[in-house]
Design a protein around this ligand. Structure first.
Ligand code: APR
Length: 234
């Protein structure tokens, strides 16, 4: 049985209409990380940070999964039905829900989820679709202490112990649409070196491309279905 861990980044959702962060027209060309994506930013101006995530939440409601998301869901389905004798885990840096909407179930969001908020009083992380404002009460404890359920710079990503265990046990590590500039995700290829094969799918080499055995160049909507077809044909 082949165990595959797929790491996805913003590039897989680009063709659905969601901007990446570091491409020329990316989110960080319009916003400063220090204003919207750190605990300090939220302490300083929670209304600004909430507005940033409210806008992204609204935008998410207007887009749909693309052929790359659907292809990964197809591979997971093939594993479930026994058509493909393997196991697929998606570890995503993305806070969108496009993997789940495409039908993937085995998805770990290491940077959190846009469609949840986190209460800093009771610790709850309820699902959330609408706008969230600094005085919005927590639906679980009633206190006005909600924040976006996303991992900001300087915070520890989620699920790290089980992600590391899955990387240690995998036979193939695939990185799709990520720039390889943000750790710990950018270090995963190095972590599996020596025990797993590695593949990078991107429209251009990432900052850690030299760590990969194989590279498929092109848009995710073309390359990921091609790679999945290849897997299923073996
Ligand atoms: N198909 C394939 N790859 C693409 C496509 C596409 N259509 N469009 C862009 N890419 C690639 C780019 O070449 C780049 O390597 O996607 C990558 C996007 O990189 P980033 O914008 O840096 O996004 P990501 O790697 O996911 O960022 C990591 O940084 O800002 C934080 O928390 C945020 O999770 C995010 C983390």
């Amino acid at each position: 049985m082949e165990r595959i861990v797929v790491l996805t980044g913003a590039g897989i959702s680009r063709e659905s209409g969601l901007d990446t962060f570091r491409d020329a027209d990316g989110i960080w060309s319009r916003y400063d990380i220090a204003d919207v994506c750190t605990p300090d930013a939220f302490r300083r101006d929670p209304a600004l940070v909430d507005r940033f995530y409210n806008d992204r939440r609204a935008e998410l409601g207007r887009v749909r999964p693309n052929a790359a998301h659907l292809a990964l869901a197809r591979l997971e389905e093939a594993a479930r039905t026994g058509q493909w004798p393997g196991e697929l885990l998606i570890v995503t840096q993305n806070i969108d829900d496009l993997h789940e909407r495409a039908g993937s179930r085995n998805v770990w969001h290491m940077h959190g989820e846009l469609l949840r908020v986190r209460c800093t009083s009771c610790g709850g992380t309820p699902e959330w679709q609408a706008d969230c404002l600094p005085h919005t009460p927590c639906p679980l404890c009633g206190r006005p202490t909600l924040r976006p359920d996303v991992v900001w710079f300087g915070e520890i990503p989620l699920h790290m112990p089980r992600i590391e265990a899955a990387l240690e046990a995998c036979d193939l590590f695939v990185a799709i649409g990520t720039s390889g500039t943000v750790y710990p995700a950018a270090g995963f290829a190095a972590l599996v070196e020596g025990h797993a094969d590695t593949l990078e799918i991107n429209q251009k080499p990432s900052a850690v491309s030299t760590r990969f055995d194989r590279f498929m160049t092109g848009p995710a909507t073309r390359m990921v279905p091609r790679w999945v077809d290849e897997r299923l044909a073996r």
